[in-house]
Design a protein around this ligand. Structure first.
Ligand SMILES: [Zn+2]
Ligand SMILES: [Zn+2]
Length: 283
């Protein structure tokens, strides 16, 4: 192959296709790659090809369905304002280590630092290795800026995901804030939920930690598009999976059966959900 994934050099970070990973990582690649290798056996992820997966959020769907129930609703509600592509790096099964890290990293509890390190490694190594896959899928050569889906809780300071990854990323950040800071956390898709600074012609890489219904991330996409963004590619650390609750019948499609199906899809660091060479299984 001519490249050594275990010993990436800083110069490889930016890459010809603009992977958006800055030189700040320096000689830390080896450490990051080791963390990903350690996590990989415990992770699951959508494979490339998309067969049997929601075209938007990549959760397993019933045969014949193009999208899951929620993504179908979103497409009907805000056509033309949603993400060009959504790429979950991993699934986050309720009760699993990855889901625990995604909860823990924002807290002040013991283990938060370890969770941050694990998530940072997954995100930064993914952007380096599969950023070009994501950008290509969104029809761009690379993003012009980054953004993070606001948590909606109005906490002071930068979003924990930005604080975690920002020092490793070389692009400017687009401003994106909840329109009403005191409003209780909503789960609805709403183009007015967030306010983005003017972003005419921007190609945005929108980062999110957890995708549950997708309403937050897609509301953020809508805000960016209304602010003038040309394209929005969403990269999610964990596509949440849980057993079905006492909700609508349609929601059960994305419940236990999907979680079982997803549990059989191993995370393979050399592949991603939109990898061009679908089906490749080599290392
Ligand atoms: Zn979906
Ligand atoms: Zn890829």
């Amino acid at each position: 192959m001519g490249t050594d994934r275990d010993d990436p050099r800083p110069g490889a970070a930016a890459g010809p296709a603009g992977t958006a990973v800055g030189t700040a990582v320096g000689t830390g690649w080896k450490f990051l790659a080791r963390s990903v290798r350690r996590q990989a056996p415990h992770l699951t992820a959508p494979p490339p090809g998309g067969q049997g997966l929601c075209a938007a959020c990549r959760i397993p769907v019933r045969p014949g369905n193009v999208r899951c129930y929620q993504c179908g609703q979103h497409a009907e509600t805000l056509p033309g304002l949603l993400a060009d592509v959504v790429v979950p790096i991993c699934y986050a099964a309720k009760g699993g280590e990855h889901a625990r890290n995604l909860w823990l990293y924002k807290s002040a509890r013991p283990g938060a630092g370890q969770a941050q390190a694990a998530l940072r490694a997954l995100l930064i190594v993914f952007l380096r290795d599969h950023g070009p896959c994501v950008w290509g899928s969104a029809g761009i050569t690379g993003p012009s800026c980054l953004a993070v889906v606001p948590s909606g809780r109005g906490r002071a300071g930068p979003h924990p995901l930005r604080a975690l990854a920002g020092p490793c990323l070389a692009l400017p950040w687009a401003s994106l804030d909840p329109r009403l800071r005191d409003e209780p956390c909503t789960r609805d898709l709403d183009a007015d939920r967030f306010r983005a600074a003017p972003a005419a012609g921007a190609d945005v890489a929108l980062l999110d930690d957890t995708w549950t219904t997708g309403a937050s991330a897609q509301s953020a996409c809508a805000a960016l598009r209304l602010a003038g963004a040309r394209s929005v590619a969403v990269i999610v650390l964990g596509r949440h999976l849980s057993a079905p609750g006492p909700g609508a019948a349609a929601a059960r499609v994305t419940g236990a059966a999907a979680a079982r199906a997803a549990a059989a899809m191993p995370f393979r660091p050399w592949l991603c959900a939109v990898h061009a060479r679908a089906g490749e299984d080599g290392q």
